[in-house]
Design a protein around this ligand. Sequence first.
Ligand SMILES: Cc1ncc(COP(=O)(O)O)c(C=O)c1O
Length: 369
Amino acid sequence: MSSLADYLIANIDEVPSPALVIYPRFIEHNIRTVGEIVGGYEGLRPHIKTHKMSQIARMEMAAGVTKFKCATPREAGMLASIGAKDIVIAYHIVGPQVHRVIELRHTHPDVTFKVIADDPGAIALLSEACQAAEVTVGILIDLNTGLNRTGAQPGDPALRLARLIHDAPGLTFEGLHVYDGHVAGDTDELRQAAAQTSIDLATETRSLIEQAAIPVNEVVASGSRGFDVTARQGSVDNVSPGTWTLWDTGYGDVLDFPFEWAAIVVSRVISRPDKDLVTLDAGNKAVAPDTVAPHFRILGLDDQPEFLIRNEEHQLLRWPKGHKPPRVGDALYLVPAHVCTTVNLWDEAFVIDDNGNWSETWPIDARGH
Ligand SMILES: Cc1ncc(COP(=O)(O)O)c(C=O)c1O
């Protein structure tokens, strides 16, 4: 794991704050590392919701990634525009979003788009719309293996949906989609056991559907919590973690993978309201507030501060005893607890080159919806 010295920006005086900064050398390390864990890029369908950036998707493609997963039609459009040919939109398409998917099919006729579904009514509407527009869209059944966020129950309920999709005009049945965001354990062994339990349900469901003579072209499974285990299953074609690209403390504190922080928020001290109080310019608009405090870790500080008031622009901290507080104007390097939602707050990222200089900015071109 790299230390503060590896993140220091030589021309920091030119970088305004707060700012999202990214380090391509650490992204490259993470791309190499995920390839080593998965055993190459053939079985990897990385989720791009973490970075939402065409520049990083291009780096993944340069390494050998040919398939992607994303959450929104905007992300799918960005991927198609840079030459990705096989895209799963891992989100339930309802209401007018149906037309955005059809539009994508029209705009990029040479790209395969697959969406996920778990509801017979939504599947019927999608089929109707695709038929009317004279396009075909691939469907993966979203399977609930324990997260209980979305998804059909494994086994017979999923088989019934597979039959429905298989017979629906305008749709092709492609396979199964699993997100195992519930997988956890006090030890790595327990985590791996939980990932195995989750994926076993998909394996059994795949067999059931295949026994009914419905071909399953793809099972795509897992985020960062279980992808190492699911990548080893013969029943899984692709794994789809996303956070590994930039990594964050939310996962880094509980998962034992050798990824590096590749996105940092640079913040400055803007006030010292009392002896042990420090106010940063990194409030909810700079670092995503969708985790409980601490929302970030300050690089180079052994004991972390206490999080006090947090507003749009301000983060008030009580500095840890025995550590000299920074002065107004000092720059701090913050590792977000949740990097995906933090990146989504920014229009652009400051890119730090191999010599530690801010050299260019990259747009977060697929942020938002
Ligand atoms: C459906 C789905 N697939 C994959 C991922 C990527 O997983 P992770 O962030 O654990 O790497 C997510 C993340 O939220 C997700 O919602």
